[in-house]
Ligand binder design. Structure first.
Ligand SMILES: N[C@@H](CCC(=O)N[C@@H](CS)C(=O)NCC(=O)O)C(=O)O
Length: 202
């Protein structure tokens, strides 16, 4: 058994949960929860960065982050399923993943400003700086969206990103980029694992 340490609500943790379901790997994976704030946690022993997701392989090796875990899942099923082997397609898919991951990084930092810093230290220009990354990336994604029928690391990360913004509402992406509403519907139809991994209450 492999052990995937994550939470139900982490957008980065949702990427491997979707990938594993989609590729039929769930019977080889046990999921364990994590608490990023707990100093003496299994998470910090498994990943010095204290970030989820972390995957413990059968032989005890620990791999992170979400990108590496998705690459490993793709390898386990023979390769070319989540990350195309064709070089140009590969560059496009990996860049789409980097864009979506970057939005999630900015979105998570906005949440952490509220969680980790007292209200009087919240710095609006810095929050706007992060929000700018999100808005520019969404505009770019709406202009040149990846094919939502293709389930790969780029579309999985993009869908996780939109799902996270739906929950935390850092921006109102459904109003500002309506093309992405249709995009997400098409992806959900192509990849039932997306809905199957929705956090309850999120
Ligand atoms: N680049 C990492 C990002 C992971 C990440 O930021 N995870 C968040 C939860 S969504 C986390 O563990 N944060 C705790 C912390 O930053 O201390 C990945 O792709 O896995």
């Amino acid at each position: 058994m492999m052990i995937l340490r994550t939470t139900d609500t982490s957008p980065f943790g949702r990427k491997p949960r979707i990938a594993a379901l989609h590729l039929g790997l769930m019977d080889q994976i046990k999921t364990e929860t994590a608490d990023a704030l707990e100093p003496d946690s299994a998470l910090r022993r498994e990943n010095p960065l204290g970030k989820i997701p972390v995957l413990t392989l059968q032989d005890g090796r620990r791999i992170y982050d979400s990108r590496v875990i998705l690459e490993h899942f793709d390898h386990l099923v023979g390769g070319g399923r989540l990350i195309p082997s064709d070089w140009d397609a590969r560059l496009a898919v990996l860049t789409a993943q980097a864009l979506a991951d970057g939005v999630m990084d900015a979105a998570v930092l906005i949440v952490y400003e509220g969680r980790h810093r007292p209200a009087q230290l919240h710095h609006q220009p810095w929050l706007d700086y992060q929000r700018g990354k999100i808005e520019r990336a969404l505009a770019q994604l709406a202009l040149t969206p990846p094919d939502p029928q293709q389930v790969n690391v780029g579309t999985i990360a993009s869908a996780c990103m939109l799902g996270y913004l739906d929950w935390r509402k850092q921006v109102d992406w459904r109003a500002t980029t309506p093309a992405l509403v249709d995009w997400l519907s098409a992806f959900r139809a192509a990849c039932p694992a997306f809905d199957a991994t929705a956090a309850s209450g999120a």
